[in-house]
Structure formats: C-alpha cells, structure tokens
Design a protein around this ligand. Structure first.
Ligand code: PMP
Length: 358
C-alpha cells in the first residue's frame, strides 16, 4: 500500500521553507563567522545528578538570577528553549490562526516568519526605511488585526539599534490592541539600550533575551521572555511541561552567577574591541564598498562582488552569512565576531583576493 505522507501534512507545513540555520547550511570551515556565536567554549561542570527526576518547569535559581541581572522581579521572567521558543510561545498564546496577524520589519531575524508560517498565522511586513529605522506611518496602516509586533533591536542582520522614540510611538499606537515584542538577543553588546526598564510603564511590552550570544552558550538552548505577570502567566499556560532540561538549568544558573556575568562582560569588551578593529580593516579592503555601524557581535558589509567573496572564503574554510536575498541587502555579507586571530585571517584572505573580485 502506498501512502503519500506529505499529503497528510497541514498545507502550511507542506509550503513551509524551514529556517536556514547556520548549522543546516553546513560548510566545512575552521573559521565559523556565520551564526553570531561566541568564538570559544566557556567551561562548565554539571553539579546536578538527579536526572531520574523531572526538572522544575521554571527553575527557581535561574529565574531569580536572571531577574536580578535584568533588574526585574522573578514573576516578570520566563525561561525557555532559547529566545526562539519565546518568539513562538507568544504567537501560540496571543494569535488565533486564520484570524490574527503578526507584523515585523525586514530586513530582520528569520524566525518571526517561520514560526508564523508553522502555526498558520498571517504575517505582515513593513520594510525598514533606508536607514533601517521604523516606517511608522506604514506600520500604522497595517496594524488592523495585528496582535504581535516584533521589533529586533539591535537588529539582526543590520546591527543597528531602533530609535527608542519610535519604539515609544509604536507602543502608544499598539496600546490595548497588540503586544510589542522587543527582541534583545544582542543587548549585552549595548546594554544601556535595553527596554526592560520600560516594562513598568507599558503592560503590552515584551522583551526577548538569550544566553546564546554574549553568554557564549548557543549550544545550551536557553532564553528568556521578560514581561509583566499577566503576559508571563499566559505563556506559562502554553509552554511545555518541562521546557528546561536539568543540565541546562544547572549551567544557566552558573552563567548567571556574579562570576559568570563578570566573565560575559569581559568577553563583550573583547568582542567590541575586535569589532572596531575589523570594521576599520574592512573599510580598507578593495572588495568592500561599505561597512555598516554595529552595536552587536557582528558586522554587515557590502561587497563589490559578494558571491565571489563568499565562495572564495568558503573554499578556504572561512564561513560567513550571505544576506543577498534580504530586502535592501544586495551585495551584503554578515560577519560574526571571531577571536582576533580569526578576524586577522579573514582580513588576510580578503586582501589576497584576485583583483577582479575586489
Ligand atoms: N533573536 C535574534 C535576533 C537572533 O539573532 C537569535 C539567534 N540567531 C534569536 C533570537 C534566537 O536565539 P536563541 O539561540 O536563544 O534561540
């Protein structure tokens, strides 16, 4: 009996293009600059041996430590399997498939659309302005029926912060109608720009955070949603019963200790210095047209012949992230901050490119 399994799947899942994560894209590199990870592993030891027991749904120590780190109360913090799970939990709790919509502003992070498509939720896009700030009048025109507005600041892949006055205006436009979700996955690289302090003023603000970037724990899969208790309580209704494995909570608690946070801040200072060095070096390369300012652990640059540059580096084991297909980003590659040695290898490889690629 032949059964066409594909036909049994939901139509939106059949049509779905999954998120092209750096790991899925593959490559044979030894200089990985394509996933905005921290370039070196930070050692941890597991202290919990009780794997016969289910974990706490929301591990108390992790929640308390993250709340203290973010300057909030524990009932304003939810832990999940990365910020990616937070993105999706919000849709599951707030959007009726086939009825409500979400909105975001490309070029931006790819999981907002993938999660919406997976769940059968309409998504609307309003392209960012040429300076990558919000097009507020165009957003206002499209807000009818929108329940969630995702604003990524600093934005992936462009690296810029979204103007806080515009976010305030957007919060006023959405009050009583939709939640504004500020994705702060990269906020540790510009901590003064966080909107976490605004939670006391805006009941419909949500902030997403992660341990994957500055905390050097992409492989841990641990993220946080910061919001006021009514939002957190709704998310707790739809989250999996045991979202954080015991070893994840164990390591996350260590990362959020005083020493863990101090180490993270030291890493951030080093990466920010590497970024300044790399931006200056890139600007001198013949193949580079423009280097965009960044508040994050990556740089976006426009190249004269980006496909040739991408391939030449790929062949040498230096893996960058191609942004050509993103609106407004023709010719652009995104470069995650590596160690200083990796940054130097990248620059040497770019300087050695044949003249026609430069
Ligand atoms: N938001 C943005 C803007 C990101 O770049 C990423 C990671 N690529 C995420 C969220 C998801 O992070 P996590 O690893 O915590 O799921």
């Amino acid at each position: 009996m032949s059964v066409n399994i594909e036909q049994l799947a939901r139509a939106n899942v059949r049509a779905l293009t999954p998120y092209q994560s750096a790991r899925r894209l593959g490559g044979n590199g030894d200089v990985w600059l394509n996933a905005n990870e921290y370039p070196l592993p930070v050692p941890f030891e597991l202290s919990q041996q009780t794997l016969n027991r289910y974990p706490e749904c929301q591990p108390k120590q992790v929640i308390e430590r993250y709340a203290a780190y973010a300057g909030l109360q524990p009932d304003q913090v939810l832990a999940s399997r990365g910020a990616d799970e937070g993105i999706e939990l919000l849709m599951r709790a707030f959007c009726e498939p086939g009825q409500d919509a979400v909105l975001f502003c490309p070029p931006t992070y790819g999981m907002y659309s993938v999660s919406a498509e997976t769940l059968g939720i309409e998504y609307r896009t309003v392209e960012a302005l040429p300076d990558w700030q919000l097009n507020l009048p165009a957003i206002a025109d499209k807000l009818d029926g929108v329940k969630l507005v995702y604003i990524c600041s600093p934005n992936n892949p462009t690296g810029n912060l979204v103007n806080p006055d515009d976010i305030r205006t957007l919060l006023e436009m959405t009050a009583g109608k939709a939640l504004l979700v500020a994705d702060e996955a990269y906020i540790e690289f510009c901590p003064e720009a966080t909107l976490a302090g605004w939670l006391q003023t805006y009941p419909h603000l949500v902030v997403l955070r992660t341990l994957s970037k500055a905390f050097a724990l992409a492989g841990l899969r641990c993220g946080f949603t910061l919001a006021n208790p009514p939002v957190i309580e709704l998310l707790l209704k739809v989250i999996a019963p045991y979202p954080l494995p015991t070893p994840v909570a164990d390591v996350a608690a260590q990362a959020l200790s005083e020493q863990g946070i101090a180490l993270m801040r030291q890493h951030v200072a080093e990466l920010n210095a590497n970024r300044a060095w790399l931006a200056a070096q890139l600007a001198q390369c013949a193949c580079v047209q423009q280097v965009f300012p960044s508040e994050t652990n990556y740089l976006l640059a426009r190249f004269t012949d980006s496909p040739a540059v991408f391939k030449a580096l790929w062949d040498q084991g230096i893996i960058l992230r191609d942004q050509n297909k993103n609106p407004g980003l023709a010719g652009c590659l995104r470069i995650s901050m590596g160690t200083r040695d990796e940054c130097e290898r990248l620059i040497a490889a770019l300087q050695a490119l044949p003249v026609e690629q430069a």
